[in-house]
Design a protein around this ligand. Structure first.
Ligand code: NAP
Length: 270
């Protein structure tokens, strides 16, 4: 049996076991995907032991996405650029390969939902400058987006990302961004998530040809998406990114590319 898991602390909220087990059933691979609650002080020891226990790899989630980079033997270019990893593969010699698939998940979800979106012709406004923002910026720049406007409550964090990603990224004040001149708006903050404050921005000038993507998927239709829809915009929720970021890991570990189906979406939403 091929064993894979997801490491985090806490981990019980993770939808990944449900998703990967669905794919295991669909692809008829004999394996399992288990949630592994691991404290920071035990992370290194656990990652050393898992390959010896027959694990093929693991996903990594909060709070370990950054610290695993120090433990991995090989880090992909995109994981280095993002500064975090979410997908580890254990090689037969026990060495650890670290990748970050959040950016792929973001772009694939966007491309699938909005096939007419042209990254090279569309400027983007990104709200937030945390881990998810890094993945989104990196993926958009890779896709050829000519200009990214970045706004974050803590401006210094946005400026730090500008320093990393270069002058295609422009920083704007959190209170003072213009939603009218971007083909794509992405909320990468946790605002709008159940239990968090709402994202309070003025959408009066929002243009109907703007695509609005919220990475938050709980609730599936955030207040931002509901308002954007009312303004006539095409909206994309965060669940698709979650699903798409899981595909490269599943394919690498189990040797089969899984499918994104409506049935899977419904299963995760239930
Ligand atoms: P993070 O690194 O902790 O960043 C959180 C971001 O939210 C920061 O920019 C932070 O601003 C901002 N923020 C938090 N509270 C705020 C407030 N009250 N007012 C204004 N800004 C606030 O978290 P992350 O890993 O990037 O995740 C962010 C969100 O994306 C989460 O909701 C997460 O679930 C979602 N996400 C979804 C996917 C997916 O697959 N759909 C993948 C990754 C993440 P400051 O810098 O000022 O604190």
């Amino acid at each position: 049996m091929k064993l894979v898991g997801v490491i985090g602390d806490p981990i019980s909220h993770s939808l990944s076991p449900r998703m990967h087990r669905y794919w295991l059933g669909q692809t008829k691979v004999v394996g399992d995907y288990v949630p592994l609650p691991v404290k920071t002080e035990n992370l290194s020891e656990v990652l050393c032991a898992l390959p010896k226990m027959g694990f093929y790899g693991v996903n990594i989630t909060i709070p370990h996405k950054i610290s695993v980079l120090m433990i991995a033997d090989e880090v992909t270019e995109r994981a280095s650029a993002i500064g975090a990893a979410n997908t580890l593969t254990f090689r037969p010699d026990g060495s650890i390969h670290a990748d970050n698939t959040d950016g792929i998940g973001f772009i694939e979800n966007l491309r699938n939902n909005a096939p007419k979106w042209k990254p090279t012709e569309t400027s983007a406004l990104i709200l937030g400058a945390g881990g998810a923002s890094r993945a989104v910026i990196s993926a958009l720049l890779d896709a050829g987006t000519p200009e990214i406007t970045l706004a974050n409550r803590t401006k210094e964090k946005a400026e730090a990302l500008q320093a990393i990603f270069g002058d295609k990224v422009r920083v704007q004040d959190w209170e003072n961004f213009d939603v009218s001149r971007h083909g794509l708006i992405v909320n990468t903050t946790s605002l709008g998530m159940t239990g968090q404050p709402q994202l309070e921005i003025s959408l009066e000038k929002l243009q109907p040809d703007t695509i609005v993507n919220d990475l938050v998927y709980n609730p599936i239709e955030t207040p931002l998406l509901a308002s954007a829809k009312q303004a006539g915009c095409f909206t994309i929720d965060g669940l698709g990114m979650l699903i798409h970021q899981g595909i490269p890991g599943f394919e690498r570990w189990f040797g089969v590319r899984p499918e994104v189906t409506d049935e899977l979406r419904k299963l995760l939403l239930s």
